[in-house]
Design a protein around this ligand. Structure first.
Ligand SMILES: Cc1ncc(COP(=O)(O)O)c(C=O)c1O
Ligand SMILES: N[C@@H](CCCC[NH3+])C(=O)O
Length: 422
C-alpha cells in the first residue's frame, strides 16, 4: 500500500489497470516470475546439483509468461500438441521440451518427433510400442524416459494427486524394469531414463524423498542389469503458501533430490509450474452488489469475476487471499462476508465467511496468488467472455490479451439450414 495509490504490484498501482482495462482482469508480474525462477535455481546450485528447469506450461501458458521464462533459461514441460506448439511459438527450443501426459495421440507423438523434442515421457507399455512404430515410420529415434508411478501418496488434495496406485498416471513401478528392458530393444526408441511426478501443491519434503528413493532404487537395479540410465526427471509439485500453509522452501526439494539421486551421475531435471507462477499473478474484480442476509448468515459481496474465470475455489475448495485495492477502507463492524460471482451455480463462491473491510459497489478487489492454474483454466460458461490479461514489470504495464469480444463466443457456431427457413 502506498498513500493514495492503493495496492501496488511490482510498482504499478493496480487501480490504474482496473480503471483503464476494466475487470475482471488477470495481472502477471514478470519480475516475480524472474525472481522465483532464480531462487529455485539457486537452491539447487547451493546443493551443487546441476538441474534443468522445464517449466510446466499448464500452470500459465500465456506467451508473455513463456517469453520471460525462456529468457530465464527454462525449457518446458508440455502435455498436449497445443502446449507443444505454444512453447515453440514462444521461442523455447524443441530440444528443451519434455512431452508428458497420460494420453498422447498418434498425431501429437508425430508432431513431437517431427519437431525434435528433447524427451518424451512415456506412460504405458502400449504408448511405448505405438511410439516405436511411429518413430520407425518417420525414420527417427524417439528420446524416451519412462514415467513411473511410484505408489507414493503426495499428501495433497485428492484431485491433484498423481502417484498412488489407482491414479491414472505413469507405469506401475513394479513393471518398470521389464518395460525398460523392452524399450532398450525396440527400434525407434532411444531409452534414456526415468521420470516421475506424484502430484501438485505438495507441502512436505517427505513424499518427494520417498518417491525419489524409489526411483533411485530402480536406477541402481536397471544399471545392475547392464542397462544405461542417464536421465531422471523429478517432475513438479512444490507447493506454495496460499493462506497459512507451511510450504517447504525450494531448498527442501533440492535436499530431497540430492540425498536420493544426487550421487548417481545422472542428468537431472524438474518441472515446476505452480511454485514459479502462482504468486506472480492476481485477478482484479469489481464489486457489483452487496446483498444482506438474515439470521446471522454472512452478507454476500457479489463480484464481476466468477468460477468460469478462477475455477480453483469451486473445484478444490481452494483458498485465495482477497484484498480491496482502496487504501481507505475500514474493517468496520460488518462481520464476515461471502464473496461470490454471478454464475448460476451455488459453487460459484470465492470465499465463505471471510473477514473483509466494508467494501462498496464499484470497489476493486484483488484475488491473490492466482498466477498458476488461473487464466488457463477459464471457460466461457454462462457466455462470459474470457477476461483481459496484463503483464507488468519495473513499473510499466501492458495489455497482453484484450477482453474477449462477446461476439467471438458464437463466431464459430453455425445453424443448420433447415432451421433457417422461418
Ligand atoms: C507431469 C507434470 N509435471 C509438472 C507438473 C507441474 O506441477 P506443479 O504446478 O505442481 O509444479 C504437473 C502438474 O501437476 C504435471 O502433471
Ligand atoms: N489445477 C490444479 C493443479 C493441477 C496440476 C496438474 N497436474 C490446481 O489448480 O491446483
Amino acid at each position: 500500500m502506498d498513500g493514495q495509490d492503493g495496492l501496488l504490484f511490482e510498482g504499478v498501482p493496480l487501480q490504474t489497470i482496473a480503471n483503464q482495462v476494466g475487470t475482471p482482469c488477470w495481472v502477471t508480474g514478470a519480475g516475480t516470475l524472474r525472481r522465483r525462477t532464480r531462487n529455485l535455481r539457486k537452491a539447487f546450485t547451493e546443493r551443487r546439483l546441476d538441474i534443468a528447469l522445464h517449466y510446466a506450461l499448464k500452470a500459465n501458458d500465456h506467451l508473455a509468461t513463456l517469453s520471460v521464462l525462456r529468457q530465464e533459461g527454462c525449457g518446458a514441460d508440455v502435455v498436449s500438441g497445443g502446449e507443444l506448439k505454444r512453447a515453440c511459438q514462444a521461442g523455447i527450443s524443441p530440444s528443451a521440451i519434455v512431452f508428458s501426459g497420460v494420453g498422447k495421440t498418434d498425431s501429437e507423438l508425430t508432431l513431437a518427433l517431427r519437431e525434435g523434442v528433447g524427451q518424451i515421457n512415456v506412460e504405458s507399455a502400449e504408448e511405448l510400442r505405438r511410439l516405436s512404430r511411429l518413430a520407425r515410420e518417420l525414420g527417427l529415434d524417439a528420446p524416451v524416459a519412462l514415467r513411473v508411478n511410484p505408489h507414493i501418496d503426495a499428501e495433497t488434495h485428492d484431485k491433484i494427486s498423481t502417484g498412488r496406485l489407482g491414479d491414472k498416471f505413469g507405469i506401475d513401478w513394479a513393471d518398470a524394469i521389464a518395460l525398460y528392458r523392452e524399450a532398450s530393444t525396440l527400434p525407434g526408441i532411444d531409452i534414456r531414463g526415468l521420470a516421475t511426478h506424484i502430484g501438485s501443491q505438495i507441502l512436505s519434503p517427505a513424499p518427494f524423498k520417498a518417491a525419489y528413493a524409489r526411483i533411485a532404487e530402480l536406477v541402481i537395479d536397471l544399471r545392475a542389469q547392464g542397462l544405461t540410465v542417464s536421465v531422471v526427471d523429478c517432475g513438479g509439485g512444490l507447493g506454495v503458501r496460499y493462506r497459512d500453509e507451511l510450504a517447504p522452501p525450494p531448498a527442501a526439494l533440492a535436499g530431497a533430490i540430492a540425498e536420493t539421486l544426487g550421487g548417481l551421475d545422472l542428468k537431472l531435471a524438474i518441472e515446476p509450474g505452480r511454485w514459479i507462477a502462482a504468486p506472480a499473478g492476481v485477478l482484479l474484480t469489481s464489486v457489483i452488489d452487496l446483498k444482506a442476509q438474515r439470521d446471522g448468515v454472512s452478507d454476500f459481496v457479489i463480484v464481476d469475476a466468477a468460477m468460469n474465470d478462477l475455477a480453483r475455489p469451486s473445484l478444490y475448495g481452494a483458498w485465495h487471499g482477497i484484498v480491496p485495492l482502496a487504501p481507505d477502507l475500514a474493517y468496520a463492524e460488518t462481520g464476515p462476508q461471502t464473496v461470490v460471482g454471478p454464475v448460476c451455480e451455488s459453487s460459484d463462491v470465492f470465499a465463505k465467511d471471510r473477514l473483509l473491510p466494508a467494501v462498496r459497489p464499484g470497489d476493486t478487489l484483488a484475488l491473490l496468488d492466482t498466477g498458476a492454474y488461473g487464466a488457463v483454466m477459464s471457460s466461457t460458461y454462462n457466455s462470459r467472455p474470457l477476461a483481459a490479461q496484463v503483464m507488468i514489470e519495473n513499473g510499466q504495464w501492458k495489455l497482453v490479451r484484450p477482453r474477449q469480444r462477446v461476439e467471438a463466443l458464437w463466431a464459430d457456431d453455425s445453424v443448420p439450414e433447415w432451421l433457417d427457413s422461418e
